[in-house]
Design a protein around this ligand. Sequence first.
Ligand code: ADP
Length: 622
Amino acid sequence: MKEKQNTGFWESLRVILKTARVISRMDWKNIPAFVGNQFFLTIHPFVTLYFSARILDVLAAGAQWESCVKWVIAGLACNYGVYLLERLTACMNSVEGITLYWQLYQEMSRVMMKADYEELEGTAIREAKERIERSAQMFWYGPWEVPGVLMSVAQGLTITLVSFILAWPVLLPGRGGDISWGVFGVLLLIAGTVIYSLSSEKKLYRLKENSLDKQSAEYRLESFLYDYAEEQNGAKDIRLYRQQDMIWSRYDHNTQTIRQIAARRRSLQAKIYGVRGALAQSVSYLAYLIVGIRALSGAFPIGSIVQYVGAITRLSEGIRVLVYSVQQIKMQGPHCREYLDFIGDGTEKEKYAHKQDGSIDVAPDVDYVFEFDHVCFCYPGTEKPALQDVSLTLKKGEHYAIVGMNGSGKTTFIKLLCRLYEPTEGRILLNGIDIREYRYEQYRKLFSVVFQDFCLMSFPLGENVAADIQYDEERVMDCLDKAGAGKWAQSLPQKLRQPLYLVDQEGVNVSGGEAQKIAIARALYKGAPFVILDEPTAALDPLAEAEIYTRFRDLVEGKGAIYISHRLSSCRFCDTIAVFHEGRLVQLGGHEKLLADKGGKYAELWQAQAQYYQENDRKQME
Ligand code: ADP
C-alpha cells in the first residue's frame, strides 16, 4: 500500500502548475480552446442577466419602443454571439481533449519502454502505473483533470468578480431601506458554505483515498477478467470449459464488494450536496429580500431587481466554485505528483532506468569473446539463486547448446548475457572488459534473440521483420525465405504490407508455426554477430524443430549461435553443450564426450528422452 503524503495547498498548486506545463508541451492547442470555452460558458449567464435587466428598466420607465427594441436586438446579438463562440470552442476542445487523453497515456508507455527490464518484472513500476490508472478511472484524479481544475479556478474568480461588480450598487449603504442585517446574513451564509464545503470535502477525499486502496484487488480482477474475455486463449477456454457462469459470479461478487465500499461514500456525498444546496437556496431568498426592500424604497428601477438578485445568487455560486477549486487543487495535487514521478517529469533521468551505461564503444566486426566469470544471480525479491557460480566462455563463430531441466537457469543465463539483468556476483566480460563498461545501445546490437515467448505486433509483416517502419523489402523477403516463411508471405494479398492479426480490419491471423518463422526472420534481419534461439520452437513437433535447427545452423554459419532446447536431439550437433542443473553449470563439452560420461546429467537426460520418444513411437504404431 502506498504511503500517504500530506500535501498542503501551495505545494499542490505548484504540482498542478508543473503538470499544466507538461500538458502544454504535449498539446498546446488544447489550452486556448479550453480556456475560451470556459470563459464563454461562464460569461453567458451574465450577458442574459444584464440585458434582461436593461430591457425591464426601459419598459418600466415607459420609454419609446425603439429604445426597447435596440436593447432587445443588442441582447440577442450578444447572446447568440457568445453562444456561438462557446459551441465553437467546445468542438475544438473536445477534439483536442481526446488527443491529450491519449498523449498522457503514451507518455506512461514511453517510460515503460525505457525502463530497465528488471524493473518491469518487479512490482514497483506496475503498482505505480496501476494506481495512476485506478485513480483516474475510479475518481477522475490525475493530470487528465488539470485543465478542468485550472478552469474551475478561472471560472470561480470570473463569476465572483463579475457578480460582485453587478451586485455592488445594491449593497452600498444609504440607498434606501435598512438592509445591513440582510447583507450580514448573506455574508454569514457564504462564510458558512465555505467552511462547511472545505471540511466536508476533506472527509470525502479521505473516504475516496481509502476506497482506492481497499478496492485495488477488485480493480485488478475486473481488468483481468475484462481482458481475458477478449484474449484469444481466454476466449477458447471460456467456450470449452463453459467459464461464463463462473466469470459472471466473480463479476457479481466484485460488484457487491465495490458497492459496499462505495455506500458510505455515497451517503456522505448526498449529505454534503444536500446541505450545500440548502445554504445556496437561503442565499437566494435573502438576496430577494434585500433587493426587494431597496426596490420598494425606490432606490433603483424595477429591472435592476433581476440584475441584483441574479448577481448576489451568482456571487455565492462563484465563491462555492472557488472553494471547490481549492479542494480540487488539494486533491489532484498528490495524484499529479504520482504521475510526474512516474514519467520522470520528462526532464529528470528516467525514474525506472538505472542501468549503468558505459563509455566504451563496442568494436564492430571483431572476434567477440564473452566470458562468464563466477556469475551468480538472484531475481529481485528472491533469495534462491537462479544461477550459481557459472563460468563459461562463448566465442563468435562457435555454436553452443544450453540444455537442462525446466527451471535450471537456461533463460536466466541468456538474460544476463543480453544485459537484461546484472549479475548479483561475478562479472561478464566481453574481450576482457566488463560488459557494463560498454555503451548499452551498441552492446545490445550484438544479439539477435528469439525467446520462447516472443511477441509479434499487429503491424505490417515487413515492419515486424525489420522492427522498423522503413525497411529493405528485398532483404526482408530474403530473411523470410531463409526462415521458411517466404512462400506464405508471397501468398498474402498485400505481401509485406499485410497487417498481422485482426486488430487491423485487413489483418490476417498468424498460426503458431508461421509466427515462429517470422520471429526467426526478424532475428536474421537484425544481422547481429550472436544469434540466440531460446526454445522458440517448443510448440513444434520434433521433426519440424529439427528441420528449423538444421536450416538455422547453415544460416548462422560464421556467427556465434546459442540454442536452448529441451529436445537434446536438436542440439547434439553443436560444438559445445553446456548442461545446467539447479542454476549450476554441471557439464561442458561435445555430444559424444558428454554421452560417454554415463553417470552425468546429460546422459541421464538423453536416456530419459530417448525412452520417451521410443515409447511414444511404439504407442503410435500400436
Ligand atoms: P529455464 O530457462 O532453465 O527453464 P529459468 O532461467 O527460466 O529456467 O529459471 C531459473 C530459476 O529462476 C527458476 O527457479 C525460476 O523459477 C526462477 N525465475 C525465473 N524467472 C524469474 C522471475 N522473473 N522472478 C523470480 N524467479 C524467476
